[in-house]
Design a protein around this ligand. Structure first.
Ligand SMILES: [Zn+2]
Length: 567
């Protein structure tokens, strides 16, 4: 497939891998390989091998002592945005509890932005900047268990960088300002000061955004109100009632038109540009069916007090918490393509279904380190198939899932190095869904599987977890040792191969798994499709009788993502 050579910030995802790779080669301080809320197109070039982490990656990625000594409680981001000057100024009030005595904490702010002052009460604090990190020093020891609040004042012209631009100052087709953020890749500190990591989230947040009177700001949470500041600007105040990760915090500033709906007690608010309002009214109606499907499997929408919002933006989409952003051309599929290529994707709007699925996995259940990002993307890709199963049945879901096989590269493990801001490869989406479908087949009891998924989500909602937490939960609640299976699919490049050796004279087949995990064992359905037989291969050869010849002997490869080798 050929793609026109648009600049990096153009909205066709296929281009971002190469663009960002190029950017990385140019400068030591550029961000790591791209992440994505929605995956890049299948024709994207192979992902480059991971580079050794830079000093900036380590500062950003590790949960160092000046982060671990405190626990975030709340932010109040209070800013003014000047669309003409592409300029932001204001402050973030950061409340935190000290977990141990200390005189220093680490925050983050992109070097392009100026620190005006940092105050503890009336005391101006010293700080040291290093590659995007800001080390704030306190004149007296902050005491463990005590709660403190600092005001971090900043200003400047944020840089547009990375996939989706992180923060962009565009114009809509009528020439009005259209300003949006999508900064998962680069980190939220590209446009506002915060503790820019994944492990620690504030418990709640206020977002106050002053903009010219004729514009609308849609941020996360519940709109508290707006205040005319009397100088041509109006301040929009939003209240987030739940924990929120930094990259979800968003600005959407434009001449938005608003319409609303209700699903039971849940408020649904939709925002589109005036020229797209009618298209949005039609396409955004899919949100209700999406919410019903995910609530069926996992329970109540996680952010009911904040409501569910869907907001038109100039890039494909992002899971901003309670304020999902949408740029999928008001058409089904993904950017108007049959995304998994098996005739199912065009029945629904991929961005509404995928990005909103992140409300459960990504926003409510969050990964505590970027290396565990499959908890966001592998799970949410699996949620797409749950939507298909809920709406169209099991057979279509299996077909949809297997449509992802052509996108898997198996070039490196899904989980990269922890604590260095490393981004997993795109396989976290495609191999992620195929792995979770495999796990369902291993559990081999759908009633148990549905209960397991529901209870797993409920157990970890509003928490930041790691892969080890997922594995421990599944082991405990299935009574099985699934660790080697998780490890094979997530921590190794190759998927397991079922090796089969047929002896027609004896009427037997020998079988074993070829896998990197020495203790790998996984039951699998083999034989004839109408009457599968379950065998339990290990990495040691076993033999069983079979009336089937080599070419008659099948393996349920639509239920298990495995290779087959027949001899
Ligand atoms: Zn996603």
């Amino acid at each position: 497939m050929s793609w026109p050579a648009f600049p990096c910030r153009f909205l066709i995802p296929a281009l971002f891998l190469s663009c960002t790779t190029y950017a990385r080669a140019q400068t030591q301080t550029s961000p790591p390989a791209p992440t994505s809320s929605a995956p890049s197109a299948p024709t994207a070039p192979s992902s480059p091998p991971p580079q050794p982490p830079t000093h900036a990656d380590i500062l950003r990625g590790e949960y160092g002592p000046y982060r671990a000594n405190n626990d975030l409680l709340s932010y109040h981001l209070d800013i003014r945005v000047d669309p003409q000057k592409k300029y932001i100024s204001g402050k973030n009030t950061i409340r935190f509890k000290m977990l141990q005595d200390g005189t220093r904490m680490q925050l983050d702010l992109h070097d392009a932005l100026k620190i005006d002052k940092i105050l503890l009460g009336a005391t101006s604090l010293n700080y040291e900047r290093d590659s995007g990190a800001v080390f704030v020093d306190f004149p007296e020891t902050l005491r463990s268990g005590q709660i403190y609040s600092i005001d971090f004042y900043y200003s400047g012209n944020p840089v547009e960088t990375g996939r989706f631009g992180s923060i962009t100052f565009k114009k809509d087709s009528s020439g009005h300002p259209w300003i949006n953020t999508a900064c998962e890749e680069v980190g939220a500190s590209v446009w506002w000061p915060n503790k820019d990591q994944w492990r620690d989230e504030v418990e709640n947040m206020e977002i106050s955004v002053a903009i010219p009177n004729d514009l609308v700001d849609v941020s996360n949470g519940r709109l508290v109100g707006k205040t005319d500041l009397g100088d041509g600007y109006t301040r929009w105040d939003w209240q987030v009632h739940y924990p929120i990760n930094n990259y979800d915090v968003s600005l959407n500033i434009g001449t938005y038109q608003h319409f609303s709906d209700q699903l039971g007690d849940l408020s649904l608010d939709f925002y589109a540009l005036p020229e797209d309002l009618e298209k949005a009214k039609k396409q955004f109606a899919q949100a209700k069916g999406m919410l019903e499907a995910y609530e069926h499997y996992f329970g109540e929408y996680p952010f009911a007090k904040d409501g569910y919002k869907l907001i038109e933006v100039p890039y494909s989409g992002m899971e901003h918490q309670s304020a999902v952003t949408y740029g999928n051309h008001f058409a089904n599929g993904y950017l108007e393509r049959d995304w998994t290529g098996v005739g199912i994707s065009l029945r629904f709007d991929f961005i509404i279904i995928h990005e909103s699925g992140h409300e459960w996995f990504g926003n409510s259940v969050s990964a505590a380190d970027r290396s565990d990002m499959w908890i966001h993307e592998g799970w949410t890709t699996y949620l797409e198939s749950l939507y298909v199963e809920y709406r169209y049945g099991h057979d279509d879901a299996i077909k949809y899932i297997n449509g992802y096989k052509s996108k898997v590269k198996n070039e490196r493990a899904i989980i990269p190095q922890r604590g260095v801001n490393a981004t997993p490869p795109q396989d976290q989406y495609f191999k992620g869904i195929l792995f979770l479908n495999t796990l369902r087949s291993v559990v081999n009891d759908d009633a148990k599987w549905w209960a397991l998924l529901h209870d797993f989500y409920q157990h970890f909602k509003y928490q930041n977890i790691m892969t080890e937490d997922v594995v421990a939960y599944f082991n405990q609640h299935t009574g099985m040792n699934l660790t080697p299976i998780f490890d094979q699919y997530l921590r190794h490049t190759a998927i397991p191969t079922l090796e089969l050796k047929f002896d027609d004279a004896k009427g037997t087949v020998a079988y074993r798994w070829k896998a990197d995990e020495p203790d790998f064992t996984m039951a699998v359905r083999v034989g004839e499709k109408e009457a599968w037989q379950i065998i339990r291969p290990t990495t040691e050869w076993k033999t069983m009788p079979t009336p089937l010849k080599k070419d008659e002997f099948a393996v349920a490869t639509d239920l298990y993502y495995v290779n087959i080798s027949k001899q």
